[in-house]
Design a protein around this ligand. Sequence first.
Ligand code: NAD
Length: 283
Amino acid sequence: MRRLAVVGAGSMGAQIAQQAALHGMEVRLQDVSGVQLTRGAESNRSLLQRRVEKGRMTADEMETALTRVHQTTELTEAVVEADFVIEAVVERLDAKLRVFAELGRLAPAHAILASNSSTMGISKLAPASGRPDRCCNMHFFYPPLVMELVEVVRGPETSDATVERAMAFARSIGRTPVLLHTEIDGFIVNRILHMASQEAYRLLDSGVASFEDIDTAVEKGLNWPMGPFRLGDFSGLDVTYNARLHMYQTTGDERYRPSPQLEAKVKAGYLGRKTGRGWYDYS
Ligand SMILES: NC(=O)c1ccc[n+]([C@@H]2O[C@H](COP(=O)([O-])OP(=O)(O)OC[C@H]3O[C@@H](n4cnc5c(N)ncnc54)[C@H](O)[C@@H]3O)[C@@H](O)[C@H]2O)c1
């Protein structure tokens, strides 16, 4: 398993490709946009350059790792010899279905096809490839050059061999895989994060404590790097709100109902760091 193809060179794909190259893999990184490929390569260079400056790698090691990532806009060229393919294109079902259909046609029969989607279980994408037994989710975290965890999710048709190869692949590129035996929304991390932050909003809405004190409690008592309100400001309160609303509307489950105070922030345009104000003031 030495030849990796990564499809999609955005925030996730470019760094996943680089992480594998740092661990000795030959990688072909494909995107429909040449601009995105260039941007990804430049960003990877500056991230690795910082490691060189800190003495964590040599300049030669950096150049070797950078040249192991071959860029192309042609999908055939990217995947024709691949042992393993990671799909990291935009989070749109139509786009991913087209990619999986093409991968089924173009990648070698033994190649594993993994999707990095945050929300689409592999059962939605795998049938399009014609080889659902060799498909799974591999959910990396942003930024993939730093974050160690990979959630490997098995779909209803994923074979044992595919699961083993996906877990082994993640380890071989210096990442820690965890396995979900069943496809569920939010996988493990986002599910736990969601429930914890919903509970924080419930405490706030019922007047138990201020948002600052809830953040402090979580940061000092649970040792989380950011409390739920600080994290919400960081990710964008509109993102949190829309995710809650979507889940509430699709399931009708009260546990997902967005907090009135969160809704008020979003309606007032206080979306967090990106607007200079959310729960905290960044002006
Ligand atoms: N950003 C995150 O924090 C994060 C974390 C985990 C997983 N994900 C998932 O990773 C995937 C990519 O997310 P991202 O943040 O890197 O998105 P992004 O918008 O930064 O990049 C997507 C890239 O896909 C390319 N693309 C679109 N259609 C394509 C096609 N048919 N073939 C090849 N390339 C194509 C675009 O040109 C773009 O460069 C999504 O499924 C997302 O859910 C994102």
